[in-house]
Design a protein around this ligand. Structure first.
Ligand code: SF4
Ligand code: FES
Length: 362
């Protein structure tokens, strides 16, 4: 595997705490791995409490309580309180299904700072169809109202793909209606389960170009009312994104069973060795875990990244995508037009099918 980089080591700023893989929804674009952690392997409250303290000592400022659906954890209140007591800004990433107003209020009292709710579309029937859950849309609307009433800042996360990308304007209107302070237009990332649905989710180039122009217009129109975050979707970009700000540079992920990953999809790369919070402190993992050091900095790169002037900007793009598409995690992300495998991205984005989604169930 690649050599250890000599780049200066930053402190991580964010921790994604994947509390459970259990989830009531069945989204076809789920980026969780194909093999989900069983409930009996999930970390207990005391271990999460220790992880939050260690994260704070390591310089982490923000924790994202995620899943699956974090509300599936009976101890979510204690976990939230522990994150708050560790001094972390605490964001709950929720589907809104399974979280009652009473429980949300208790979380706010325990120190919850921010809530992010995912939406699947602006039309209820389509949203429920995409989520694979009847009534999900109505529950999301209702919980979003509770969030705002509790004076918690709300982000709406709209995952877009071929079926809903032409309704970005309506989804931004919905976010405004819900009094969200931010809306994320998140194009599907083809990792984990989403990869199996790629041809059913892939938008056309024309759809993407219309969407990018519309987002610019909407930003202008709604300046000062709502923040609109959006990036060019990978398969239609000229250069890749610095995935997660660069491998093992700014954040870490802890899986439900305690493995610590440099990024959400890292387990898809075969041959990496991940350490577990049950056996190592977070600081030890950040500094010494083989998986973290595998692609840290730029010393592991090969051509065309090795001598590219953008290598410190995008760090060669996404390692997981490079591995998924080329079988080599040290290759340039094929999204980059300089990659010898770039033709693959154009070819794959042209493959579409309209058969039913393959839903995720757990
Ligand atoms: Fe980024 Fe590598 Fe492409 Fe240069 S060649 S732009 S470093 S992915
Ligand atoms: Fe793993 Fe991009 S998702 S590096």
């Amino acid at each position: 595997m690649a050599s250890v980089a000599r780049a200066p080591l930053h402190n991580p700023l964010g921790l994604l705490a994947e509390l459970t893989h259990r989830c009531p929804l069945g989204c076809p674009y789920c980026s969780n791995p194909l093999a989900l952690d069983p409930r009996e392997d999930e970390l207990d409250t005391a271990t999460w409490t220790r992880v939050f303290r260690e994260a704070s000592a390591l310089g982490v400022l923000q924790v994202h309580l995620s899943g699956g659906e974090p509300a599936a954890r009976r101890d979510l209140l204690a976990i939230t309180a522990a994150a708050h007591e560790a001094g972390l800004y605490c964001n709950l990433i929720t589907s809104a299904v399974g979280l009652t107003p009473k429980r949300l209020a208790a979380l706010a009292t325990a120190g919850l700072d921010h809530v992010q709710i995912s939406i699947q579309d602006s039309i209820a029937s389509s949203a429920d169809h995409i989520a694979g859950y009847d009534g999900a849309f109505a529950r999301k609307r209702a919980l979003a109202q509770e969030v705002v009433q509790l004076d918690l800042p709300l982000t709406v996360n709209a995952v877009v793909h071929r079926a809903n990308i032409d309704r970005i304007g309506e989804m931004v209107d919905l976010a405004l209606d819900l009094r969200a302070s931010r809306v994320e237009i998140a194009h599907v990332q083809y990792h984990g389960w989403a990869l199996a649905n790629r041809s059913r989710l892939m938008p056309s180039r024309a759809q993407v170009e219309r969407a990018l122009a519309l987002v610019e217009e909407l930003r202008h129109q709604h300046r000062g009312r709502i923040v609109i975050d959006a990036v060019v979707p990978d398969y239609y970009a000229r250069y890749p994104k610095p995935c997660g700000g660069g491998w093992a540079r700014r954040s870490l992920n802890v899986t439900p069973a305690g493995k610590v990953l440099p990024c959400h999809a890292a387990e898809s790369i075969t041959g990496l060795e991940f350490w577990n919070v049950r056996d190592h402190s977070l600081t030890d993992i950040w500094l010494n875990s083989p998986a973290f050091n595998a692609f840290r900095g730029t010393a592991w790169m090969k051509e065309p990244c090795m001598n590219c002037p953008r290598r410190e900007q995008d760090f060669g793009g996404c390692r997981c995508q490079a591995f998924a598409l080329t079988g080599d995690a040290a290759a340039a992300d094929p999204v980059c037009h300089l990659s010898p495998a770039h033709g693959l991205v154009a070819a794959l984005s042209a493959v579409t099918e309209d058969s039913g989604y393959s839903y995720r169930r757990y």
